[in-house]
Design a protein around this ligand. Sequence first.
Ligand code: ADP
Ligand code: ADP
Length: 217
Amino acid sequence: MTSYIILLGPPASGKGTQAGNLRDHLNLAHVASGDLFRYNLKNETALGLKAKAYMDRGELVPDDITIAMVLDRLSREDCAEGALLDGFPRTLPQAEALDVALANKGVQINRVLNIHVPEDALIERVTGRRLCRTCGEPYHIKFKPPQKEGICDLDGGELYQRDDDTEATMRNRLKVYWDQTSPLIEYYRAKGVLVDIDGAQSIDHVTEDLKAAVADL
Ligand code: ADP
Ligand code: ADP
């Protein structure tokens, strides 16, 4: 059986952190739309330059651009048996386009892991977030510090702070989440694939709950 799993949750709820913990356990490709945009931005592709203005404002990149980018990624060989989707879909048109693309392959979304975290905790998480410039692994100055300050534990890459990880941009990203992304919770609940996860626990406890929620796949 294939496993197409979505990590759903507001910005900084821990999707990237948990994808890192789950992907090896599940042996699935990690497909993160934000990482794909940042990769394009770093390489100054036409797609990256188009996305930049939206990302800087904390707005969503238009659906047509985002859907084409993610479906292209999902058509690669390493996603043939499934994928761990992180940050996509974020709108109803994206969810519908994903359903159509998977149905064309004779597969479907198997589970949606809906991570809940209170808003004050999200602000603290986002402002303390640091990422590896090379591999994108997330850290936190207080909650998940690297062994050596400023250096990635995994590959020794330099840690940096995202331009959009400010409190002001985060307020807009949270508004965008509630307006445009949260309707997906009911969309997937109605399909019977949604599991609610308490994301306010420690990183390891959240990982345990997520593993339990996909143990039958
Ligand atoms: P997302 O991918 O949903 O935006 P991240 O995985 O990048 O979120 O996490 C956001 C920030 O919060 C990071 O700095 C990460 O280290 C930290 N973090 C993730 N999960 C937890 C947790 N359970 N408790 C405390 N901090 C966390
Ligand atoms: P977060 O850590 O806040 O969850 P991401 O790294 O997933 O952030 O996304 C960063 C930015 O990239 C978003 O604010 C948005 O501009 C853009 N982006 C990422 N995924 C999508 C998507 N599915 N649809 C539209 N825009 C997206």
